[in-house]
Design a binder for this molecule. Structure first.
Ligand code: SF4
Length: 164
């Protein structure tokens, strides 16, 4: 069965990041997956109600996406507003789309409070990283979807090839 892959929209070249930029990943696998009709593009934060541009946000107090979903951590923007409900809505929108397309895999940009899967930032807005996942990546994983960071695209290629 041809596997579909949920992919961060900014990684595909769409200018949807908080600062209005894209973060395009150039890789032959993406072109092949596009031709094969495998790619399901989403920007969780736009689907969750944010616009472009928007204020940068981080998960507060060095927590991670799992804690946000459990209700024990918050996502705040750079001026201190609690934007947690938007981030939870973003994650749910991504999960709904993944399920609608039977995606078992996701390729998400690392570092984002939504899409990060290997690292995120610690909530201090000082560029300090910590190991952990954003809210969307955490929710997808909780529902059995294998999440790969952009740096892991080669591993995802191998994984997809085994499943086809
Ligand atoms: Fe990219 Fe994800 Fe942020 Fe949207 S929410 S801009 S897809 S990293």
């Amino acid at each position: 069965m041809v596997q579909k892959i949920l992919v961060s929209a900014c990684l595909l070249g769409n200018p949807v990041r908080y600062d209005g930029a894209a973060k395009t990943l150039v890789h032959p696998a993406l072109e092949a997956w596009r031709r094969e009709g495998r790619i399901v593009s989403i920007c969780p934060e736009l689907s969750g109600g944010f616009g472009v541009p928007r204020l940068p946000a981080e998960i507060a107090q060095a927590q991670a996406g799992e804690a946000v979903l459990a209700g024990t951590a918050r996502v705040v923007d750079v001026v201190g507003s609690d934007v947690t409900p938007f981030f939870i809505a973003s994650a749910r929108a991504a999960l709904d789309l993944a399920r609608a397309h039977d995606c078992r895999f996701a390729l998400l940009i690392d570092g984002s409070p939504s899409c990060g899967s290997r690292f995120i930032y610690d909530g201090s807005f000082s560029g300090q990283r910590r190991v952990g996942a954003g809210v969307t990546a955490a929710l997808l994983r909780q529902h059995g979807i294998e999440v790969f960071a952009d740096s892991e695209i080669d591993a995802l290629c191998a994984r997809v090839a085994r499943e086809d």
